[in-house]
Design a binder for this molecule. Structure first.
Ligand code: AMP
Ligand code: ZN
Length: 116
């Protein structure tokens, strides 16, 4: 069994505040929210990042994006939201199980990135 943190959340071994679940994806509140709404959407099956995802993963990748608006509307961000996926060292990924951050709230989330 994988010791991966998000695999363990997907298996129910570690608690999470779930907001959506179906056969292939799970969504739950980020433990350290950066905005009033901060939800993580993960594939239940372990995919490390978009660096290692294959063509076979494209349906679940599409599904992760396809449910984002519904998650935002149902969790306090009905007027738009942002999706962020960090990948690998350069992308600043800390948990090595692919996850989309869906962030928002009543107010705009702010500039996309600080310019160097
Ligand atoms: P990233 O830097 O893109 O890998 O994001 C990892 C995210 O996972 C961070 O926003 C963390 O706050 C979040 N996180 C870490 N552990 C947990 C956990 N047990 N439950 C929910 N979110 C978590
Ligand atoms: Zn995993």
């Amino acid at each position: 069994m994988s010791e991966c943190l998000f695999c363990r959340i997907a298996r129910g071994e570690i608690p999470a505040r779930k907001v959506f679940e179906d056969e292939t994806v799970l969504a739950f509140h980020d433990i350290n929210p950066a905005r009033p709404m901060h939800i993580l959407v993960i594939p239940k099956r372990h995919i490390e990042s978009l660096q290692t995802a294959t063509e076979a993963d494209e349906p679940v990748l599409g599904h992760m994006l396809g449910i984002a608006n519904r998650l935002a509307e149902e969790n306090g961000s009905p007027d738009g939201f942002r999706v962020i996926i960090n990948n690998g060292r350069v992308g600043g990924q800390e948990v090595s199980h692919l996850h989309a951050h869906v962030v928002g709230g009543p107010e705009p989330v702010g500039p996309m990135l600080k310019r160097n």
